[in-house]
Design a protein around this ligand. Structure first.
Ligand SMILES: NC(=O)c1ccc[n+]([C@@H]2O[C@H](COP(=O)([O-])OP(=O)(O)OC[C@H]3O[C@@H](n4cnc5c(N)ncnc54)[C@H](O)[C@@H]3O)[C@@H](O)[C@H]2O)c1
Ligand SMILES: [Zn+2]
Length: 358
C-alpha cells in the first residue's frame, strides 16, 4: 500500500493506493475520523455486483451500517433525476450530519455521489473509492463534483473535497479493455506535462501495465495521484496552475463535441488531442521532433488512437474550437510542452491551430 496526504488546509485528507484495499475500507475510514453508524454506499450495478459485498463487509466490521444505493451504469445517471433519487434514499435512511457517503465506482458514481454529499444538509462527508483508471488517476482527487444538464456536461456542481480516497487496484482487473486503455491516456498526460522520468518508466513498464500487474498499477496510480495532488494543492479552485492538466483536452473536447458525445471515449479524444498538442508544441514551444514522436509512439503502443479522424476539420469540430476562441478574445489558450515533463500555457490564433490539421 502507498499512502500520502493531500495538503488542502482544513480540507487535507489521506490517499491510499494498493491491492485489496476494499477489505481495509472500514479501518481506513475510522482512521480518517469518520463517524461509524448510518451511512450510504453508492455504486452502479456493474461495480456493485462485484465489489459492494466486500465493501459492505469491511464497513460493518468497523461499526458502519451502510445502506446500499445502486444506480444504473453510464453517463446518463449523472442527472438531476438520479440525484433526486439519491436524496430520497438518503432521507429514508435518516442520514444526518455525521453520516458519510461512500462512492464506489467510476467517475460517474464519484461525481454524482460527491455532489449529493456536497449538497445534502449543506454538505456531509464523502469517501471516494474509485474503480476505473480514469477515476483512480484523475476524478477521485480534486473535489470537483456534479451532474450534467441536458444542454451541457458538468454544468451543475460544486467543489467538495473527499475526506479520504481509497484506490484498490485489484478492481481494475475487471474493467473492460477499452475503458482501461482510455485511462492510460490521462496517466501519460502526467508524465508529459510534469514528470519526464515517469514517461520513461511508462515506456519501460507498458507491457506489465496492459496485463494489469497489480504492483505496477499501484505505482502508476500512486504517482499519477501524487502529481494531481501537487497541482490541486497549489491551485484548489483552478485559478492558474491547474490548467496544465488540460494538456490534450482543448482538441480532445472539440473532437468529443463534434463526433457526438459517446463516439469517442474521453481518454481516446484526449490521446488524439495530446498528439496534436505535441505537434503544436514543436512549432510554437520548442519541443523537439524526437520528443514529440516519443510521446505519440507511447500513446499508440498503449492502444490509443493518435491520428485525427477523417473529417476532423468538419464544421462541428471548428465550431467547438471557435467556442473556446470566443472565451479568450480571439486566441485559444493551449497547454503546450517545451520539453517532455514541462508544460506551459501559450495563446495561439485560430489559424495557427488549424495549420496543424492541414
Ligand atoms: N471530477 C473530476 O475531476 C472528473 C475528472 C475526469 C472525469 N470525470 C467524470 O468522470 C466520468 C467518467 O468516469 P469513468 O470513465 O470512470 O466512467 P464510468 O464511471 O461511467 O465507468 C465506466 C464503465 O465501467 C464500469 N466499471 C467501473 N468500474 C468497473 C470495474 N472495476 N470493473 C468493471 N466495470 C467497471 C462502469 O459501470 C461503467 O460502465 C465522466 O462523467 C466525467 O465527466 C470527472
Ligand atoms: Zn481528461
Amino acid at each position: 500500500m502507498r499512502s500520502f496526504r493531500v495538503e488542502l488546509g482544513t480540507n487535507s485528507h489521506e490517499v491510499h493506493v494498493g491491492a485489496g484495499l476494499i477489505g481495509e475500507l472500514g479501518r481506513l475510514a475510522i482512521r480518517a475520523s469518520l463517524a461509524p453508524g448510518k451511512c450510504v454506499l453508492v455504486t452502479d450495478s456493474n461495480v456493485g455486483g462485484r465489489y459492494a459485498a466486500a465493501a459492505t463487509e469491511a464497513l460493518r466490521g468497523a461499526g458502519f451500517a451502510p445502506v446500499l444505493i445502486e444506480i444504473a451504469p453510464g453517463e446518463a445517471s449523472k442527472s438531476a433525476a438520479t440525484l433526486g433519487d439519491l436524496y430520497d434514499r438518503m432521507t429514508s435512511a435518516e442520514i444526518d450530519r455525521s453520516g458519510t457517503v461512500f462512492a464506489l465506482g467510476g467517475g460517474v458514481v464519484g461525481d454524482l455521489a460527491g455532489f449529493a454529499a456536497a449538497s445534502y444538509l449543506r454538505g456531509i462527508a464523502v469517501v471516494q473509492i474509485p474503480t476505473t483508471v480514469v477515476a483512480q488517476v484523475d476524478s477521485a482527487l480534486g473535489g470537483k463534483t456534479g451532474i450534467n444538464h441536458p444542454r451541457a456536461k458538468n454544468l451543475i456542481g460544486a467543489f467538495h473535497q473527499p475526506r479520504l480516497i481509497v484506490a484498490d487496484v485489484n478492481t481494475l482487473s475487471t474493467l473492460p479493455d477499452r475503458e482501461f486503455r482510455e485511462g492510460i491516456a490521462e496517466v501519460i498526460k502526467y508524465g508529459a506535462i510534469m514528470d519526464a522520468a515517469m514517461l520513461s518508466d511508462l515506456e519501460r513498464d507498458l507491457a506489465r501495465i496492459l496485463t494489469r500487474d497489480p504492483m505496477v498499477l499501484e505505482a502508476m496510480v500512486a504517482r499519477s495521484l501524487a502529481h494531481k495532488a501537487s497541482v490541486v494543492s497549489a491551485d484548489e479552485r483552478e485559478g492558474g496552475l491547474r490548467k496544465i492538466l488540460n494538456f490534450g483536452h482543448t482538441i480532445g473536447h472539440a473532437l468529443e463535441a463534434s463526433a457526438g458525445y459517446g463516439a469517442w471515449l474521453h481518454g481516446e479524444a484526449v490521446a488524439i488531442g495530446m498528439v496534436a498538442a505535441a505537434r503544436l508544441s514543436e512549432r510554437h514551444a520548442g519541443l523537439s521532433a524526437d520528443e514529440s514522436s516519443r510521446l505519440s509512439t507511447l500513446i499508440s503502443d498503449a492502444g490509443l488512437p493518435t491520428g485525427l479522424p477523417r473529417g476532423a476539420g468538419n464544421r462541428e469540430f471548428l465550431n467547438a474550437l471557435k467556442l473556446d476562441k470566443k472565451r479568450a478574445q480571439g486566441m485559444v489558450e493551449f497547454i503546450l510542452l517545451d520539453r517532455i515533463g514541462h508544460a506551459l500555457p501559450i495563446r495561439l490564433s485560430f489559424e495557427q491551430i488549424l495549420a496543424v490539421f492541414a
